[in-house]
Design a protein around this ligand. Structure first.
Ligand SMILES: [Zn+2]
Length: 288
């Protein structure tokens, strides 16, 4: 079975910003502006990968409210995202990217980008294609105010892949497993709220916060922690201790760490395909 994902990203262009596209430094007086290194090409590719694997989107995985992503090299984000896809049992079959911009001229960098992307993902050069086009001077791209990139990815099942073993998980950072857990929990929470007839956007958002905000997750953990097995406590601590530096404005340090621990545990059970236990823990959470 082939799975397909589409990713689109746009960034403003600003004079004096470094210009990194497709992981390659481009000689240019103008570059994409943004929270991370603003590599619009890799961002579109990451979204396409996550889309094909059904793993949400780049904003959920690497929120720009998280200070640890300020100016981060998007090559790191790409390799984390692809790791998660691999752990899910899929391999990239083919990538096709179209960059739409007036400036800088990128035709001479296209093969470097293909090479860089294939290196990061450990796939062959011929599995990555890069195209460049302009918008014929129309709109914000034509005015050189911004740059856009679109990516499409096809994934195939990795036949060599046994059911997930622990060494897979060790290749991922606890943070990455926690992002996965965060996305999984959010999906369950939304499903639960919808089943209760809560379907208005703002109400849904407010109700969801009772389960997904760091403070409420910390409270939940405090009341259900005694239900964790020894193994689960170990995973919880692994997640909890990983969240050192980055604390969002609206949560206490300890709350944030507890919530990362809980999300890491959910991500772990999800990766291990232990659905029964995963749903049991989600049930504890939803009943708090
Ligand atoms: Zn972006």
């Amino acid at each position: 079975m082939v799975k397909t994902g589409l990713g689109i990203d746009i960034h403003p262009l600003k004079e004096g910003r470094p210009c990194v596209l497709g992981g390659v430094e481009i000689e240019s007086e103008i570059g994409p502006d943004g929270h991370s290194d603003a590599d619009v090409v890799l961002h579109s590719l990451i979204d396409a990968l996550l889309g094909a694997a059904g793993l949400g989107d780049i904003g959920e995985w690497f929120p720009d409210s998280d200070k640890s992503y300020k100016n981060i090299d998007s090559k790191i984000l790409l390799s984390r995202a692809y790791n998660a896809v691999r752990i899910g049992g899929y391999l990239v079959d083919h990538i096709d990217i179209t960059i739409i911009t007036e400036v800088p001229r990128i035709s001479k960098y296209k093969s470097d980008m293909r090479l860089k992307i294939s290196e990061i993902m450990n796939i062959s050069f011929s599995q990555v294609n890069i195209k460049a086009t302009t918008s014929e001077k129309l709109g914000f791209i034509g005015r050189k105010d911004g740059i856009a990139s679109m990516a499409i990815v096809s994934l195939v099942k990795d036949d060599q892949k046994e059911d997930c073993i622990d060494s897979d998980i060790n290749q991922l950072s606890a943070q990455t497993v926690a992002y996965m857990g965060d996305a999984v929990l959010e999906l369950y929470v939304r499903k639960h709220l919808l089943s209760q007839g809560i379907n208005r956007g703002d109400k849904l958002q407010a109700e969801a916060m009772k389960f997904v905000s760091a403070n409420s997750q910390a409270d939940i953990v405090r009341s259900i922690k005694d239900k964790f097995t020894e193994e689960e406590l170990r995973i919880f601590k692994w997640g909890r201790n990983s969240s050192g530096g980055c604390v969002p404005k609206n949560a206490e340090v300890l709350d944030y760490r507890y919530s990362t621990g809980l999300e890491a545990l959910i991500g772990y059970l999800y990766i291990k395909k232990n659905t029964e236990r995963l749903e049991e823990i989600i049930e504890y959470i939803l009943n708090k």
